[in-house]
Design a protein around this ligand. Structure first.
Ligand SMILES: [Zn+2]
Length: 141
């Protein structure tokens, strides 16, 4: 089992073999993840510095369908008796339903639009929602 194995006096060290630079970087790790996924997923989310970090995190998790909704937990084989939305009970609690399809979320978005002097919007899915900020220009007053 140990054939071909030799012990040397060289000090142990960590090395990154994710790319040819052998130096770990977040960008290199991100590129490696993209490569493993086939690199065909378009990421529309931009990390915004002026947004609270918890909002950025929820947005990021929503884009990747990583929010622990009842539907997502069921897909991960966690036994959930009722996957319906607890807010409206008209759809399953999935990311798209919670953020754009639920009547309750529509009311929240309407309130936010009114509060920020924005025109009301309609999004079909989370990706639409993530793209929305690029096209929204509020009143400067
Ligand atoms: Zn709902």
């Amino acid at each position: 089992m140990l054939q071909g194995f030799s012990i040397s006096n060289v000090e142990d060290k960590w090395s990154w073999d994710g790319d040819t630079s052998a130096v770990f970087s977040v960008a290199g790790f991100k590129a490696l993840l993209e490569k493993d996924r086939g690199g065909n997923r378009a990421h529309s989310m931009k990390w915004e510095g002026w947004v609270p970090i918890k909002v950025n995190m929820v947005s990021w998790r929503a884009e990747f369908d990583r929010l622990p909704t009842r539907g997502a937990l069921t897909k991960r084989r966690i036994n959930i008796v009722d996957v319906s939305c607890p807010l409206c009970e008209t759809g399953n609690e999935e990311v798209n339903h919670l953020l754009v399809g639920c009547g309750f979320s529509y009311g929240v978005w309407s309130f936010i639009c009114k509060w920020c002097n924005l025109d009301p919007f309609f999004a079909y899915d989370v990706e639409d929602l993530m793209q929305l900020y690029r096209n929204v220009h509020g009143d400067t007053k």
